[in-house]
Design a protein around this ligand. Structure first.
Ligand SMILES: CC(C)(COP(=O)(O)OP(=O)(O)OC[C@H]1O[C@@H](n2cnc3c(N)ncnc32)[C@H](O)[C@@H]1OP(=O)(O)O)[C@@H](O)C(=O)NCCC(=O)NCCS
Length: 216
């Protein structure tokens, strides 16, 4: 993982755009739909629950603080067509020690009514593009509980790969909690560039000099 991008990212409250979605900074009016999503058992089945309403607010504040510090976070997802809050997707520096850290993860959580439309893959593809092509990250990881098949399908659709020897016990999940065991998926910058049709040699799809193009 490269660190030198952080200085130029400080204070950059960037919005990314896909055909159907905005990945944007959090707003005050996201709190209510995010809290509703976070009390839905289907959404939270493989996530640690928030201990209190204050913890929901603190999670959003952590994203904004991460965005201000690093230039990326788990952005709020908004439907371009309806303006509706869809969920959260993006990149985050892992804050715990594990055999694969320091690392940046890609992650997603969508309100139940927005599952099954390809939004998670659409948003996460943009986040990966930002991470590899703009931030210059060398690797991005994702993790989830082994039983979270929906999330692993997203990882596979993104082209991330899984080696069972990478699986780990999550240090922030209490011992005895079934969510403590996690599978780890990885994607390297080389794999992303190959998948996106880029050449490592000239760092662009059709010529030199586009490696740091603006994504929005
Ligand atoms: C994990 C999660 C984000 C996946 O959501 P999702 O909508 O299934 O993800 P995708 O973006 O990959 O959508 C793919 C589905 O949309 C369908 N789809 C419909 N229209 C589509 C389109 N235009 N393009 C792509 N896919 C489309 C696909 O057929 C596929 O359905 P299938 O899985 O039944 O085959 C969602 O289940 C979730 O929020 N879970 C709870 C939170 C969570 O566990 N997060 C991960 C923690 S590690």
């Amino acid at each position: 993982m490269q660190d030198q991008t952080d200085a130029s990212m400080v204070g950059t409250l960037r919005t990314l755009e896909t055909p159907r979605l905005l990945l944007r900074p959090w707003r005050d009016d996201d709190r209510e739909p995010f809290a509703a999503m976070s009390s839905d058992q289907d959404v939270m089945r493989y996530l640690l629950p928030f201990a209190s309403p204050g913890a929901v607010t603190a999670w959003i504040e952590r994203q904004m603080s991460h965005l201000r510090q690093h230039g990326f976070c788990f952005w709020a997802l908004e439907s371009k067509q309806t303006g509706e809050f869809v969920g959260a997707t993006g990149l985050h520096r892992l804050s715990y020690d594990a055999h694969f850290t320091p690392a940046v993860e890609v992650g997603w959580r969508l309100a139940r009514k927005h599952w099954g439309h390809g939004y998670a893959v659409e948003a996460a593809t943009k986040a990966l593009q930002f991470g590899f092509e703009y931030l210059g990250l060398l690797e991005i990881v994702a993790n989830t509980a082994p039983a979270n098949v929906n999330s692993q399908k997203v990882m596979t659709r993104l082209g991330m790969t899984h080696e069972p020897r990478d699986d780990f016990d999550h240090p922030l999940v209490p011992k005895g909690n079934p969510l403590r065991t996690q599978v780890l998926y990885r994607m390297s910058r080389g794999a992303w560039l190959t998948r996106a049709g880029w050449s490592e040699a000239n760092n662009s799809p059709g010529g030199a000099g586009e490696g740091n193009r603006t994504l929005v």
